[in-house]
Design a protein around this ligand. Structure first.
Ligand code: CAO
Length: 420
């Protein structure tokens, strides 16, 4: 629909699971020709993982591989290698997220790829960066969250539930894929200036750390001052020499917390996030019926409020007792207070606004009928990505081989040799 800015960019999508596929899916949405290369007979492991319908591609796969074409190719066989070489000659980008060294073992080192096509951009995801002492480690989402600082700074600092905690958001996988997409587009624009391709790499550890930079900020502040005034531990508990976990505290200068609303006893998501933005203090007092707090010196400044901030949240929870999360937000929005209901996945899936904006879309699929998926979070004035189904395994093998110049007989021979 409309303009497709990445039209004409040919991408060999040698990715699997989530980190790599999320990257190439986004480039496909914006118009790139993405050809997913998969092992004959099995393909991407996510086709079979967590299936909800027997013998049909799992949602894990369909939600990360829309708008792509699928070519099966055994790249360990000489015939398969020859096809891949031909593809490298004619493509702009190759994206891969194999375990460390797998591409080299296949015979496609960066040096070899440059020999085949000096304009090629090779984009890789690995768990750790090249030269890192853990560069040999295979990595999945939660491993990266632990390696990049997210787990040590998420969760509770005391009580039975204390200990590092991983997030359900794909900070290691999809986040790394998004970083890689920026790297690929940068290298592509760079190539327009130099005529040469380059290698682009994003380590999952680095991508997680990039999102945790405010926690690195806190480590540096802690080193200097010995305390962090915005954490719930301050001023009643002592700090060690590492950034503590702060529960649901706001990460910046504005204190915040998740507060119970009407029905929390039976509904695990009957909560809102409430932010005590300093600028909004007067409206907050008006909204929650505490006008006396506007002039009481124990409440008028952030410094005065911090020692009893949890009591303030307790008072706001009292006010929330007879309001659903939606009713509460409807009141608070009139006072310009930064807040949101805690939405469940079910609520998000059925959210009218998200469906209207294309952030949640329904996609027809040859074998499933149709499936709901997450659409582009990036909105343009002249591009509305049309999300099309993920391909069946090898659905486009013959089509892609024909485009590469293979005759019908040669294609048949590749099938017979089980190279495709
Ligand atoms: N034809 C022939 N062989 C193929 C092939 C094809 N089309 N596609 C893949 N292979 C081979 C690889 O060459 C590799 O062979 P060798 O190890 O014998 O050289 C083999 O398949 C296994 O590849 P792998 O190491 O990538 O796969 P794995 O299942 O053992 O590991 C993962 C999976 C994700 C841990 C690993 O790929 C990894 O660490 N990737 C980098 C980090 C990453 O992206 N992780 C995020 C994944 S999303 O959570």
């Amino acid at each position: 629909m409309g303009n497709k800015p990445l039209k004409g960019i040919k991408i060999i999508d040698f990715t699997h699971v989530q980190a790599g596929p999320a990257c190439t899916q986004m480039l496909a949405w914006f118009g790139a020709d993405v050809i997913k290369v998969e092992r004959p007979g099995s393909g991407d492991v996510t086709r079979r993982q967590l299936r909800d319908i027997p013998d049909v591609d799992a949602l894990y796969f369909t939600m990360l591989n829309s708008n792509k074409r699928s070519l099966t190719l055994d790249t360990k066989q000489p015939e398969g290698k020859a096809v891949l070489e031909k593809m490298i000659k004619e493509s702009d980008v190759m994206v891969e997220n194999f375990g460390p060294g797998a591409l080299d073992r296949m015979g496609f080192t960066w040096e070899r790829i440059q020999e085949i096509n000096p304009r090629m951009i090779l984009a890789s995801v690995k768990g750790f960066s090249e030269g890192h002492e853990y560069e040999d480690l295979k990595t999945y989402e939660n491993v990266a969250q632990c390696a990049g600082g997210a787990a040590s700074t998420t969760g509770w600092w005391k009580g039975e539930q204390s200990g590092p905690l991983v997030s359900s958001a794909a900070l290691g996988d999809t986040n790394t894929g998004m970083h890689l997409a920026i790297g690929i587009l940068t290298a592509y624009i760079g190539r327009q200036q130099t005529g040469k391709g380059q290698k682009v790499a994003v380590a999952m550890q680095d991508a997680v750390l990039n999102l945790c930079r405010v926690k690195m900020r806190d480590q540096l502040r802690l080193d200097k001052m010995g305390y962090l005034e915005e954490y719930p531990q301050y001023p009643h508990e002592s700090f060690s020499d590492v950034v503590p976990r702060g529960g649901n505290a706001g990460g910046g200068g504005q204190p915040g917390w998740i507060l119970k609303c009407k029905g929390w006893e039976t509904d695990g998501n009957a909560y809102i996030y409430f932010t005590v933005q300093d600028l909004a203090w007067t409206p907050i007092c008006d909204a929650i019926g505490k006008p006396e707090w506007k002039t009481d010196p124990a409440y008028t400044t952030p410094k005065a409020r911090q020692p009893h901030i949890m009591d303030i949240f307790g008072t706001i929870e009292e006010w929330l007792k007879d309001k659903t999360k939606f009713e509460a937000v409807d009141i608070l929005r009139k006072f310009d207070i930064p807040c949101s209901p805690v939405f469940s996945m079910k609520e998000l899936l059925h959210d009218k606004s998200l469906r209207a904006s294309g952030s949640i879309v329904e996609v027809p699929h040859k074998e499933r009928g149709s499936y709901w998926t997450v659409g582009s979070p990036i909105k343009f004035s002249d591009l509305k990505p049309e999300i099309t189904a993920s391909p069946l395994l090898g659905e486009h093998t013959d089509e892609v081989l024909a485009e590469l110049g293979y005759s019908k007989d040669k294609i048949a021979a590749l099938h017979t040799a089980k190279a495709v």
